[in-house]
Design a protein around this ligand. Structure first.
Ligand code: TXA
Ligand code: MG
Length: 344
C-alpha cells in the first residue's frame, strides 16, 4: 500500500527534514508542481530564486497545511479572507494578505503583503503537515513558485521538474513524485489586503470570479494598482521554445496557408496545430492535434501538451483560440502570455 499518492513515509520524512535544513524540495500540487523551501528561512528562499533564475522582488506564495493559523503569516485577516479560505481551501486559491511583521520579507520579495495558499494535493498536504510539526510552535509554511525556470512552461509531472533543473543533483533538489496535477494551471490569486475592503483578482484560475462573488456577495475587481509586480502577470510567460501562435478559428486556414507557402527554399516546414476540430481538407505538412473541448480538461493537460509539442521539433505551434467565454478565461490568459513571447 502506498502512502499519499506514491510517496512513502520515509520519503516524506526526508523531504520535511530537507526543508527544515534549508534545502529545496519540489512537490506536486493540484495546480502545478512547486519548488519549495522554508518560507521563514531567507537563505533557503534565496535558493529558490537562484534555481529558477527568477528576478528578486517577485513575491512567492507560502503553502500551508490544512488548519494552519493564518494570523501566523498575516498581520490581519479580513473577513473576506476568512470567507474565501473557508469556501475554497484546501484548493487552487491564493490569498494576498498584509504580511505579519515577524515574517522575514524575503519570501514576499520585500513587499508588505504575503501570498498564502493551502493546496489540496495529498502529497503536498502530507509534506506541509509534517514540516509544520517539525517547526518550533508547530507553525511553518513552504514558499513555492512553480518548479520551472523563470518564464518557462509550468510543470505538471515530476519528470517535467527533473528536465527543468538538470544542473541540480538529488542532494540539491529532492523531487517528490505524485499524481499529476488535476487542475493543471496555477491558482487563482485574490488580493484581500486592501484596507478599504476592495477585493481584486490578480491572476485568473480554476476558481472564477462568479464563484468568488457567490461567497463574498460582491463581484471582485481585476488587477489592483497598488499590488507588486506579479511574474505570472508579465506579458510574456509560460512560453515553450517553439514559436507559438494563438489564432482565431476563422483565421486558422489563412494563417496555415501563409506558413506553408512561406517556407525557406526546399525545406518543408513542420507545423503542429492544436484545434477543436480537424479541417475537412487538411494542410500538407500540418500535424493536427485534437484540443480538449471542456475548459477544465483543457487546463489540466495544457502544460503537458505544450511540453510534448515543444519537444517534437516543429517549426511552429499554431493554437486555435478557445472561445471567449468565462470558463475559458484562465486558459486564454495562459495561452496569450505564451504567445506574447513570440510577438514582434
Ligand atoms: O498554483 C500555484 O499558485 C503554484 C503552486 C506551486 O502552488 N504556484 C505558483 O507560483 O504559481 P509562482 O511563483 O509561479 O506564481 C506565484 C504568483 C507570482 O506571480 C507572484 O508574483 C504572486 O503569485 N504573488 C505572490 N505573493 C504575492 C504578493 N504578496 N502580492 C502579489 N502577488 C504575489
Ligand atoms: Mg510560475
Amino acid at each position: 500500500m502506498h502512502e499519499p499518492n506514491s510517496v512513502d513515509a520515509p520519503q516524506l520524512e526526508q523531504a520535511a527534514r530537507r526543508l527544515l535544513e534549508g534545502g529545496l524540495v519540489a512537490f506536486p500540487t493540484e495546480t502545478v508542481f512547486g519548488l519549495g523551501a522554508d518560507a521563514e528561512n531567507p537563505a533557503a528562499v534565496a535558493r529558490i530564486y537562484a534555481a529558477k533564475q527568477r528576478p528578486a522582488g517577485h513575491p512567492l506564495i507560502v503553502h500551508v497545511a490544512p488548519g494552519a493559523d493564518l494570523s501566523w503569516w498575516a498581520d490581519s485577516v479580513p473577513p473576506a479572507a476568512r470567507a474565501l479560505a473557508d469556501a475554497f481551501w484546501p484548493g487552487p486559491l491564493t490569498l494576498i494578505l498584509p504580511r505579519a511583521a515577524r515574517i522575514p520579507p524575503a519570501v514576499s520579495g520585500g513587499h508588505a503583503t504575503i501570498g498564502v495558499r493551502c493546496p489540496s494535493h495529498p502529497v503536498a498536504q502530507a509534506l506541509l503537515t509534517r514540516f509544520a510539526a517539525l517547526k518550533p510552535g508547530g507553525q511553518g509554511g513552504v514558499a513555492a513558485p512553480s518548479a520551472n525556470k523563470f518564464g518557462q512552461v509550468s510543470p505538471t509531472h515530476a519528470e517535467h521538474v527533473r528536465s527543468e533543473f538538470p544542473e541540480l543533483g538529488p542532494s540539491e533538489l529532492l523531487i517528490l513524485d505524485g499524481e499529476p496535477a488535476t487542475v493543471g494551471i496555477e491558482s487563482t490569486i485574490v488580493d484581500v489586503s486592501d484596507p478599504s475592503g476592495h477585493v481584486a483578482i490578480l491572476r485568473p484560475g480554476h476558481i472564477g470570479p462568479e464563484q468568488i462573488a457567490a461567497v463574498l456577495g460582491v463581484m471582485p475587481g481585476w488587477g489592483g494598482k497598488a499590488s507588486p509586480q506579479v511574474s505570472g502577470s508579465l506579458k510574456a510567460h509560460y512560453a515553450p521554445r517553439t514559436p507559438l501562435y494563438l489564432v482565431a478559428a476563422e483565421q486558422l486556414e489563412s494563417v496555415l496557408d501563409d506558413f506553408m507557402d512561406g517556407h525557406d527554399g526546399d525545406v518543408p516546414r513542420r507545423v503542429a496545430a492544436l484545434v477543436f476540430q480537424a479541417p475537412s481538407q487538411p494542410h500538407e505538412g500540418v500535424d493536427y492535434h485534437p484540443a480538449e473541448r471542456d475548459a477544465h480538461d483543457y487546463a489540466r493537460h495544457l502544460y503537458a501538451t505544450l511540453r510534448r509539442l515543444d519537444n517534437q521539433g516543429y517549426d511552429a505551434l499554431v493554437i486555435e483560440s478557445p472561445p471567449d467565454a468565462p470558463e475559458w478565461h484562465a486558459v486564454r490568459d495562459r495561452l496569450r502570455r505564451a504567445a506574447a513571447a513570440f510577438e514582434g
